[in-house]
Design a protein around this ligand. Sequence first.
Ligand code: IFM
Length: 456
Amino acid sequence: MHAPTSSFPPDFAWGVATSAYQIEGSPQADGKGESIWDHFAHQPGRMLDGSTGDLACDHYRRWEEDVALMARLGVNAYRFSIAWTRVFPEGTGSVNAAGIGFYDRLVDALLEVGIAPYVTLYHWDLPQKLEEDGGWRSRATVDAFADYAGVVSAALGDRVVNWITQNEPWVAAFLGHRDGEFAPGRTDFGEALTAGHHLLLSHGRAVPVIRANSPGAAVGISLDCRPSTPATDQPADVSAQVHFDGFRNRWFFDPVFGKGYPSDMKAIYRAQGHYPSAEPPFVKPGDTDEIATPIDFLGLNYYTSLAVRAGKEQSEDTGVPPAVPAPEGYTEMGWPITPGALTSFLSRIHDEYAPAAILISENGASYSDAPGPGGVVADDRRIRYIARHLAATREALAAGVPVTGYFVWSLLDNLEWSRGFTQRFGLVWVDHQTQERIPKDSFFWFRDAIAHSRGR
Ligand code: IFM
């Protein structure tokens, strides 16, 4: 399939993204402490296939091989996350120099091959010790995060320009505290709202800390999104969609961009009994301004969109399969492939919030790939998915939306959280027994797309 990349800006960031728990393994190496995911994955029944991240992609030991793969791919950007427990094994207290040393070497190696590091500070692996002290339900974790952000930005800020504070706070808050599907495995809606607020507050608090330590830094946050449409034009479905959008998108986007929490949702949550007053009690004076600390870019993680039916306002399950008539099909996650919704959501973000720049900090597809004859991993469906979403991005660019980069999720087939190794998102196939890595056809396609955009 033709690579739709010739008209992308010359300084566009072409990247791949990963996160620490999903690839690193080595949970105790060099003084690392236990994270909530280390803890959670070892509890019986939590992981779909009984796996854990103890080995994952063994990236902690094979990182040089992985940097070489990225150099071969030709990306100019790599988004990865720092494991908080490598830096502060217990979340606060004394710094573990050996843990920072790992990222220090990684940053140097990336820069040596012309790849700009995009550092995510939190991709869901809270130190277990902090969880035992209240986790994201406690305001103390906000201060601990700011301290951690300070230490990391002081150590790497002379070389790292691009910083992402939080990844997908909706997921960390709701899958982790309402649904119990993700660590820490709790199931209380009110706790999810409190945790979500503290995640956002920690973002706002960390922004000036990073800027102070990293001259010329560009700081942003990666928000996940679920664009949606009403399943029918019946009034009940139309209002369910507005509610769903508030629950899934506006509750996070609005405060980051200075609009505070949306009033319709505050009223709904109060009516549902999640708190007793008009204003959520976890919002303290000054929080709204702090969360809205201006950022340099928005990271947008986009995978799919859906149709919403009455009664399913706070669910991603419309209860009516197929959830969306998806002429382009579904990925292995069961997500409808809807590239058009990426274009329209980008335009909406631009119109409603006007971020200075938007980075597509994740986009990708899971398919059950396997090496075929000659060891070739023919993943045409992934190529098509990426090509369609790049074309959708280009449309938004042409309409004036300032998209400055695109990161494929993911470099490697990695641990898909509680779904374990049942999902393969990588451009590189990984044998989780031997750790053999085989670039898939999509790897070569993306390599050519990047080269094409640079006129090579
Ligand atoms: O694997 C995850 C990633 O950690 C966060 N965004 C979505 C991806 C696919 O589910």
